[in-house]
Ligand binder design. Structure first.
Ligand code: NAD
Ligand code: MN
Length: 350
């Protein structure tokens, strides 16, 4: 695999995760090769570009990519977000973003009953408000305009929907389509009709349509009944951060970017950014990155290794003295990572 540690806490959570992922692969009888790439903010400051011109071809040579985070206070966000992570997602056409959210025994959250949550947000990853179409007009007048055109196409909806229905079929068989088709009459009514067609191909999956504002309420009040949420790009971005809080926060939220059935590497990354407010202090929670690595192991054909990582994370999190500050504890990244590594190494091979 290729590894892009990036900026801020990115390298901290990546270096905590790699030994765990390697050990889990070894326990499952395999070897994980990791090639580190120095792309991100430092490189941007040195060369004016966050990644080399042939970056996407470099990535194509790998089955999967593990990405930390980018973003630094002294570089404009769009240079690194568009110049690296969104650029890579679009160039590889990583159509679907998958963000699982679950409760962890021992981790307290904002919820009164923090247990029993097990849901996955499937986010269309290339279009909507992120299509990059629009512009600014009437600068320096009182009527200055910023226009962002939301693009929703049948093929993009179809591939996200088919992935989400297949996933629901392999889980509890429930899918919630999240739109705002009562008020946004063009794009989201297309979602409603395309997803209805896909639902007809999957009679074994129970499908409901929920407006995004109502879903925000459901996620907080009754998250246990949710299984797979299918969302456009913008709503998926917002709801998955909300849902991450239900699992204990941004330090707990993994994700995958993939092209179902496509011959391109999938990219796995914690949902969080470079967290400049805590970077350099050795207290970042490495779990989101490790769980992203577990998804990578599943994806490259080592599901036993993925399970070993998740079990080891669960074992360590049951002990609050191992929690990092974001979880209310006082452990360091290294202390938590060392216990997870120890749990991986003592697990009985499956
Ligand atoms: P952020 O996710 O970096 O931080 C939000 C909050 O969550 C902060 O309080 C931070 O301390 C906390 N947090 C995040 N990760 C954590 C971890 N592993 N352990 C403990 N606490 C953690 O979001 P932000 O502050 O909005 O953005 C900071 C920078 O990151 C910006 O430059 C932004 O553009 C960038 N960013 C990058 C990505 C990406 O690389 N995919 C995603 C989001 C934001
Ligand atoms: Mn986000």
């Amino acid at each position: 695999m290729a590894v892009i540690p990036g900026d801020g806490v990115g390298p901290e959570v990546i270096s905590a995760s790699l030994p765990v992922l390697r050990a889990a692969a070894r326990r499952a009888g395999s070897r994980l090769e990791a090639v580190e790439l120095d792309w991100g903010g430092d490189r941007y400051l040195r060369t004016g570009r966050a990644m080399p011109p042939d970056a996407v071809d470099v990535l194509r040579g790998f089955p999967a990519v593990l990405f930390g985070a980018v973003g630094r206070p002294d570089v404009p966000d769009h240079e690194l977000i568009w110049g690296l992570i969104i650029g890579v997602r679009q160039a590889l056409d990583l159509a679907v973003n998958v963000r699982p959210v679950q409760s962890w025994a021992g981790v307290t959250t904002v919820l009164r009953e923090p247990d029993g949550i097990d849901l996955v947000i499937v986010r269309e990853n290339t279009e909507g408000e992120y299509a990059g179409i629009g512009g600014r007009a009437h600068a320096a007048t009182p009527h200055e305009l910023g226009i962002e055109v939301a693009v929703h196409s049948r093929p993009a909806i179809l591939r996200a929907a088919r992935y989400a229905f297949d996933l629901a079929r392999s889980r509890r068989g429930r899918l919630s389509l999240v739109t705002k088709s009562n008020a946004l009459r063009h794009g989201y009514t297309l979602w409603d009709s395309v997803v209805a067609e896909v639902a007809a191909e999957h009679p074994d999956v129970e499908c409901e349509n929920v407006l995004v504002d109502a879903m925000a309420v459901r996620l907080v009040q009754r998250p246990r009944e949710l299984d797979v949420l299918l969302c456009g790009n913008l709503f998926g971005d917002i709801l998955s951060d909300l849902a991450a809080v239900l699992a204990g926060g941004m330090g707990m939220a993994p994700s995958a970017n993939l092209l179902p059935g496509g011959d391109v590497p999938a990219l796995f990354e914690p949902v969080h950014g470079s967290a400049p407010d805590i970077a350099g202090r050795g207290v970042a929670n490495p779990v989101a990155c490790m769980l992203s690595g577990a998804m990578l192991l599943d994806h490259v054909g080592l599901p036993a290794a993925g399970r070993i990582v998740r079990d080891a994370v669960a074992t360590a999190l049951r002990d609050p003295s191992l929690h990092t500050p974001d979880l209310g504890g006082s452990a360091s990244t290294k202390e938590l990572a060392a216990e997870i590594l120890a749990a991986v190494e003592t697990t009985t091979a499956p």
